[in-house]
Design a protein around this ligand. Structure first.
Ligand code: HEC
Length: 151
C-alpha cells in the first residue's frame, strides 16, 4: 500500500483548516445533513442505486483530491488500473477505511449512508461488484478486492 506522504497530508490539513474558517465566516455550507442513517443490512438497494447516490458524494467530497473519475489528482487514484484500493483486502475493510478517514479534511460530516454509497461507487467502477448485486454487510464482507479486475 502506498504510504501517505506527510507533507501532502499536512498541506491538505492546513488548506482545509483555512477553508473551514473562511466558510464559517460566510455562514454558508453545501453539506447535506439529512441523509438517513438506516442500517446497511436493511436497505435492500442494488449496487447501481447506491453508486448513483455515491457519485453525488464523490463529486462533492472526493473529486478535488482524487480526480474527476477517481483517476488520481493531488491524492492517489482510487478507480482504474492505477488505484490502490486492492490493498484493503475486502470490501467491508475498504468501507471501514473510508468511513474512518475520508474525506481527508477536518469536517467529518459524511453520514454512514454516504460513506456506503461512495464506497459502492468505487467498488462498482473497479468491477468488484455488478449493477444488480444487492448490497448488505455480509455481501460486502464476502467481496475480496485483493486482485484488480479490469475488462
Ligand atoms: C483533502 C483531500 C482528500 C479528499 C477530499 C479525499 N481524500 Fe481520499 N485520500 C487523500 C490522501 C492524501 C490519501 C492518501 C494517499 C496516499 O496514500 O498517499 C487518500 C487515500 C484514499 C484512499 C486509499 C487509497 C490509497 O492510496 O491507499 C481511498 C479509498 C480514499 N482516499 C477515498 C476517498 C473518498 C471516498 C473520498 C470522498 C468521500 C476521499 N477519499 C476524499 C486525500 C483526500
Amino acid at each position: 500500500m502506498n504510504k501517505p506522504k506527510p507533507y501532502i497530508v499536512a498541506a491538505f490539513l492546513v488548506l482545509f483548516t483555512l477553508l473551514t474558517i473562511v466558510s464559517g465566516c460566510s455562514g454558508t455550507t453545501t453539506m447535506t445533513t439529512t441523509v438517513p442513517t438506516s442500517l446497511l443490512t436493511t436497505t435492500g438497494e442494488t449496487a447501481a442505486q447506491l453508486a448513483e447516490a455515491g457519485f453525488r458524494v464523490f463529486q462533492e467530497r472526493c473529486m478535488d483530491c482524487h480526480g474527476m473519475i477517481g483517476e488520481g489528482g493531488p491524492a492517489t487514484a482510487i478507480i482504474g488500473p492505477a488505484s490502490y484500493v486492492a490493498a484493503y483486502g475486502n470490501a467491508k475493510d475498504l468501507l471501514a477505511f473510508i468511513s474512518a478517514t475520508m474525506p481527508l479534511d477536518p469536517q467529518r460530516t459524511l453520514s454512514p449512508s454516504q460513506h456506503l454509497q461512495v464506497t459502492v461507487l468505487i467498488l462498482l467502477r473497479n468491477n468488484y461488484v455488478t449493477d444488480t448485486m444487492v448490497i448488505s454487510n455480509s455481501v460486502l464482507a464476502g467481496i475480496q478486492i485483493t486482485k484488480q479486475i479490469y475488462y
